[in-house]
Design a protein around this ligand. Structure first.
Ligand code: UT7
Length: 322
């Protein structure tokens, strides 16, 4: 039996401050009805000053280790997906390492926008399967509230802050197919201008705000994610009927519903958190996974399909036997 990456524990962190659509509508030219109807979102969490990507990532990671019954000394490496790092460098992952009291191994960030967690999972899985590490924290942590353009109602109502984490451990010889069965990641850089941040620390004078051509992204999301789902099933000789749970990126209820229909899954088998969290980019998939894990919906032995798409365009899937 080859080495597999087992999802030994899952954790999450959400800022205490909850902002409803109605509260946003007091300062933004929008309505609760428009946001609900077009996206499914009813509220989002916004970070306080101290709730940076590193702070929230460390909290989620702590919770994932506790869920796994693991200690900081079990961590061989930390891979953190974010588009809103605390600093250009050092990587947010090493800030998390210090906060957790982890004293060995590696730490680095991955910038793959809303697909960041899937990318990070893919890299961590490859490292575990190749024997480079036996315990890896994979974290998605984002503070999009800091990069939103409050003058652009087409984007500022869509995002929220938060962090999610999984602790992956090497498992072998169990005789079962538990663990990450496959990951597939993709990029199409020619579509880099339909969803981006118009600045960075390397730019002369601007930190940058999020810009999105929503309709175009929507169109590509539906097509690419459907392809990604198909790719994951084909690679594992499975059919949609084998999937127990879909845990999709939480950008828009309409996209999520379309993916559920594509898989022929009843609505209650699709994990949806976009109502409460809005779009938390790289944190959205682990936050949703955590929600359904914590409340007992997702159980050991079940087959879970994760998928996400984001600015790049970048997208991908991970198929996991819990
Ligand atoms: O996480 C990365 C991946 N991201 C996504 O997958 C997002 C994909 N895109 C979407 O989810 C949707 O395209 C949006 C939710 C962003 C927008 O929904 P839409 O149905 O595509 O609306 P639209 O942008 O075509 O705008 C429709 C109308 C426009 O008015 P007119 O031109 O028809 O008069 C907008 O000005 O809605 C207007 N509008 C708003 N009205 C009230 C746009 N934003 C708002 C708003 N409140 N916040």
């Amino acid at each position: 039996m080859p080495t597999r990456s087992i999802l030994a524990g899952i954790g999450a962190y959400l800022p205490a401050r909850i902002v409803s659509n109605d509260e946003l509508a007091r300062t933004v030219d929008t309505t609760d009805a428009w946001i609900r109807e077009r996206t499914g979102i009813t509220q989002r969490h916004f970070a306080a000053k101290h709730e940076t990507a590193a702070f929230m990532g460390a909290e989620a990671a702590r919770a994932a280790l506790a869920d796994a019954g693991a200690l900081p000394s079990d961590v061989d490496g930390i891979i953190l997906a974010t588009s809103t790092p605390d600093q250009a460098f050092p990587a947010t992952a090493v800030r998390v390492q210090a906060a957790l009291g982890v004293t060995k191994g590696f730490g680095f960030d991955i910038a793959a926008a809303c697909a960041g967690f899937i990318y990070a999972l893919s890299v961590a899985d490859a490292m575990i399967r190749s024997g480079q590490a036996r315990g890896v924290l994979v974290i998605g942590s984002e503070v999009y509230s800091r990069i939103l353009n409050w003058e652009d109602r087409g984007t500022c109502v869509l995002f929220g802050d938060g962090a999610g984490a999984v602790f992956l451990t090497a498992g072998e010889g169990s005789g079962t197919d538990q663990g990450i069965l496959s990951t597939h990641i993709h990029a199409q850089g020619t579509l880099g201008d339909i969803l981006y941040v118009d600045g960075a620390v390397g730019q002369p004078d601007k930190p940058g705000h999020l810009v999105m051509h929503g309709r175009e992204v929507f169109r590509h999301a539906v097509t690419r994610l459907a392809e990604a789902v198909e790719e994951a099933l084909t690679a594992n000789n499975l059919t949609a009927a084998d999937i127990d749970w879909l845990v999709p990126h939480q950008a828009n209820r309409r996209i999520i519903d379309a993916m559920g229909r594509k898989l022929g899954l009843p609505a209650e088998r699709v994990v949806v958190t976009v109502e409460q969290h809005a779009n938390t980019s790289a944190a959205s998939v682990p936050l949703a996974l955590h929600e359904a894990w914590k409340d007992g919906r997702i159980k050991r032995g079940e087959l879970v399909l994760l998928e996400a798409l984001g600015g790049g365009l970048v997208w991908g899937s991970a198929l996991v036997r819990m």
